[in-house]
Structure formats: structure tokens, C-alpha cells
Write a protein that binds this ligand. Structure first.
Ligand code: FE2
Ligand code: FE2
Length: 305
């Protein structure tokens, strides 16, 4: 029998990198086994996708604790989680400063995460080049959507798809010409019609990087419950919860940020306006957003920001 003793502190010093979400402290690869340490700060979120691409993975919590949305269980230091590729996406919230060790057997987990990150960065760069507001707007909408999705009970693949859709919901704007996209002032009727096309443009780009489901949610982000939205003019139950959440968060962020042609509303004014438009926006979603906004305000008052 061959016996190898590996002291992580001595062997894993060479690689420091970041995945989409976490800091990768150290990486160790050996044949088809890879060991990574991931660091999360309190409040950071991450997901584990189905392990099919990477083979078997085991996760050990070294320090700190994590809450798993899907099982509603807390993993603490010493807990072990084995993911065998047959399950749905798992979402975690770091409850404190947390380190997890991931053993990945088969395809490199680190390589897979890095590849995904590169692709996402390329897509985001394409948005940034055309319109920097849109990228920041997409990131803020992602934060609201991610919180609301959890509060409203979404889990697994559905939550994963909603998060990704939020991050890229306005990606179709890269196909709208500059004179319309960055126009200082109100769009003409004809220009507005062209602008509306952004809700469904970019299908190929999305499908190259993500799934059909994510594209479907993106295409819902300008629909309204009373059928007055676009592109399909869907009504009521034809708009699933994911679409309702994305719609409310998208409008809220647009209302609370200033542009050259309009002043920003306060979060309270925006919430009230959304509540007053009950025929267009899902009331339960708006009420959940109100709780998030109140929580943020309370935190800002506490920290004096
Ligand atoms: Fe949009
Ligand atoms: Fe948007």
C-alpha cells in the first residue's frame, strides 16, 4: 500500500484565485482528485450545481456555518456533504466567516467554475461596453431578486434560473443602436418600439451560456399582470412567479435611480407607486420587497451609513 501524507498548509500555497462568489484560498490537484478551500464572509451566498459535470464532490465545513435553502438545514464545522450529480442546485448562505473544503473527483471543479466565470465576464463586458448603467442596474436587480426569490420560497433550479435571468435580463440592449440606447431625452414612439425589442433579443447569446429556462424568464421582464406589458402581452397566471419577481425588482430599481432625463424616487415612494399599480404588479411580491427595503434602511441606520 502507498501512503501519502499531505499537509495542506505546506502544499497548497501557490494558488489564490476567486470564483464567481468566493475566494479560493488554495488548490491542490492530484490525478483526478482536486482539493479547494473556499472562503465566504458572513452574508455571502453561493450555490452548488448538479455535480454531473464534475463527478462526485464532497464538501466539508472547516470553520463557520452555512444555511442551506433547499433542506432548511444549517451545516456547521465538521459537517460533510456529498453531492453525487443526481440532485438539483443547492443554495447556501454563509452565516458567519466560513471556510469549506471541497474534494472533487473527476473533472476539475475549479476549472469548471473558472470557465463559467470567464463566460459570464465576457457577456458582462459586452454589456458594459455599450451601456455602463445597464450592467450596474442588472447587478442591483440581481441582488433584489435573489433576496425576494428566497423570501418567496423558491429553491433549487428555479432559484438558480431566476438569479441568472436577473443578472442578464437587459442583455438584449447590446443589440439596440447607440442613438436610441443612450439618447438624452424621451424616445420617440418609433424608437420606443425598437427599444422594446431588447426583452427578447440576445436569445443566442443566452442559450450559448445558459439555459432555455433562463431565456424564458428574461423574456418576461416587461410583462404586466393586466396584459399591458410586452413583448407577448401576457396576463395574470400566464406570468409565473419568477417573472413577477423580476418585473417588480426591475421597475423598483429603475424608479429609484436617477438618469439624465429623470430624478430618482425614494424607495418608499417607489414601493407606494408599485402598490398603487396592483393591476400590473403582484402585491405579495411588492410587499416582500417592502420588507427587504425596510430591512436595508434599518441596517443603514444601525451602521450610520
Ligand atoms: Fe428591460
Ligand atoms: Fe432592466
Amino acid at each position: 500500500m502507498t501512503f501519502h501524507l499531505v499537509k495542506l498548509e505546506e502544499h497548497l500555497g501557490e494558488s489564490v484565485a476567486s470564483s464567481e462568489r468566493a475566494k479560493v484560498r488554495k488548490k491542490f490537484s492530484w490525478d483526478n482528485l482536486e482539493v479547494n478551500l473556499y472562503l465566504f464572509e458572513e452574508g455571502e451566498r453561493f450555490y452548488i450545481d448538479a455535480a454531473g459535470e464534475c463527478g462526485l464532490k464532497t464538501y466539508v465545513v472547516i470553520e463557520g456555518s452555512l444555511y442551506n435553502i433547499e433542506t432548511m438545514r444549517t451545516l456547521e464545522a465538521g459537517d460533510l456533504l456529498v453531492v453525487d450529480g443526481t440532485q438539483d442546485v443547492l443554495h447556501f448562505d454563509a452565516l458567519e466567516h466560513t471556510t469549506i473544503m471541497i474534494h472533487s473527483y473527476g473533472k476539475s471543479l475549479f476549472g469548471t467554475w473558472e470557465k463559467a466565470k470567464r463566460e459570464i465576464d465576457q457577456v458582462m463586458d459586452r454589456i458594459q461596453m455599450r451601456d455602463s448603467y445597464t450592467r450596474e442596474h442588472c447587478n442591483r436587480v440581481f441582488d433584489y431578486v435573489s433576496e425576494l426569490g428566497r423570501r418567496l420560497g423558491l429553491k433549487g433550479q428555479e432559484l438558480y434560473s431566476l438569479d441568472k435571468a436577473a443578472r442578464f435580463h437587459d442583455i438584449g440592449k447590446v443589440y439596440i443602436e447607440d442613438s436610441i440606447l443612450n439618447k438624452r431625452g424621451k424616445l420617440s414612439e418609433e424608437e420606443y418600439e425598437i427599444m422594446k425589442g431588447h426583452a427578447i433579443l440576445g436569445k443566442e447569446l443566452i442559450l450559448e451560456n445558459f439555459s432555455e429556462e433562463i431565456y424564458r424568464i428574461i423574456a418576461l421582464h416587461h410583462e404586466r399582470l393586466d396584459g399591458s406589458g410586452y413583448p407577448a402581452g401576457l396576463k395574470g397566471d400566464e406570468i409565473p412567479l419568477c417573472g413577477r419577481i423580476l418585473t417588480v425588482c426591475d421597475c423598483f430599481d429603475a424608479m429609484t435611480t436617477s438618469r439624465i432625463y429623470k430624478e430618482a424616487k425614494t424607495p418608499e415612494q417607489a414601493i407606494q407607486e408599485l402598490k398603487d399599480s396592483e393591476e400590473k404588479f403582484d402585491r405579495d411580491v411588492v410587499l416582500a420587497l417592502e420588507q427587504v427595503v425596510k430591512g436595508q434602511k434599518w441596517m443603514q441606520e444601525e451602521t450610520g451609513e
